[in-house]
Design a protein around this ligand. Structure first.
Ligand SMILES: [Zn+2]
Length: 303
């Protein structure tokens, strides 16, 4: 189970960073994944497959989609969505620019949906990234995959009798993150600002930061109550307590790595000190290992 999970995550990261060809056997593996929907009430659904978790609002106005996974999954995702609604997909909101959240943009855009994101998402997709995380590069996205509508702070969509509030979180998982509140349904989609149950990937090379990620989690906490259902970018459905646990863990990571930095330790020495040993069993079992968490924290805190 552990290995299977790790393999899936390694593939996810590979695809996110554009280092796995979509024509490869790995992409076939993606096509075979199970697509699972969870009904959250009021026409709101969470949708789980292989990439970043999706959120949907379905109703008289049509369909509002948050994130769209990988291109090889688009046909099956569109089929799944058409099973929930006869209406058109009106909007696709990208929570950030990573390929496991934007890979379906072309196919979803072709259905007539408007692609929406923070302005930094479009800018990063347009230029790509020569030195992305994990020593890889990301090619510029095709014109048809670029968001049509960009926002700098936030926007509210009055849709399906809900207020769909898109709120930009600066410098968290990346520099283009949005979280989405389905006001009226008590559901929040956190994007990759929230990895539920394991150390998060913080993409410092895409403008993310540890303290910004903590602030983003704090924002989610301030918007949630005990009954709020929270869709994380990765991991299972969560709630307020899960958000608080993720925040608490990152606060601990920050405190411990900050202390090593103030003692004058170099990055490798900080890793060697193994400051997260007591947290690893609970939080280090996904694709971000203890070492990666310490290195990310160190790099973010010394920028
Ligand atoms: Zn991401």
């Amino acid at each position: 189970m552990h290995n299977e999970r790790f393999g899936a995550m390694a593939l996810l990261v590979g695809l996110a960073l554009g280092m796995v060809s979509v024509s490869s056997a790995a992409a076939q593996d993606v096509v075979g994944v199970e697509i699972r929907t969870v009904d959250l009430g009021n026409g709101v659904y969470a949708l789980f497959a292989r990439g970043g978790n999706m959120g949907l609002s379905v109703g008289d106005d049509g369909v509002y989609v948050i994130d769209d996974q990988y291109a090889p999954l688009s046909a099956r995702l569109l089929e799944t969505i058409s099973g929930l609604s006869d209406g058109p997909i009106r909007y696709v909101l990208n929570t950030h620019w990573h390929g496991d959240h934007t890979g379906g943009n072309e196919a979803f855009g072709e259905t007539g949906a408007a692609l929406v994101s923070h302005e930094n998402v479009r800018a990063r997709m347009e230029t790509g990234l020569a030195e992305a995380a994990f020593g890889r590069s990301i090619e510029p996205a095709a014109e048809a995959a670029l968001p049509d509508i960009t926002l700098s702070q936030g926007a509210t969509f009055h849709f399906n009798d809900l207020e769909v509030q898109v709120i930009h979180v600066p410098s968290a998982h990346t520099d283009g993150d949005s979280i989405v509140v389905f006001e009226g349904a008590n559901v929040i989609h956190m994007g990759d600002v929230f990895f539920n149950g394991f150390y998060p990937f913080i993409d410092v090379r895409s403008g993310g930061s540890l303290s910004g990620n903590i602030a983003g989690l704090e924002l989610g906490i301030s918007l949630a109550n005990a009954d709020t259902r929270i869709i994380p970018g990765h991991g299972p459905m969560g709630d307020l307590a899960d958000l608080q646990a993720a925040r608490d863990t990152l606060v601990t990571v920050r405190a411990r790595v900050s202390e090593l930095i103030s003692e004058g330790k170099a990055e490798d020495e900080a890793v060697a000190a193994d400051p997260l040993a007591d947290l690893d069993e609970e939080w280090g079992d996904f694709f971000i290992t203890s070492e990666m968490m310490v290195r990310t924290a160190y790099q973010s805190l010394t920028q």
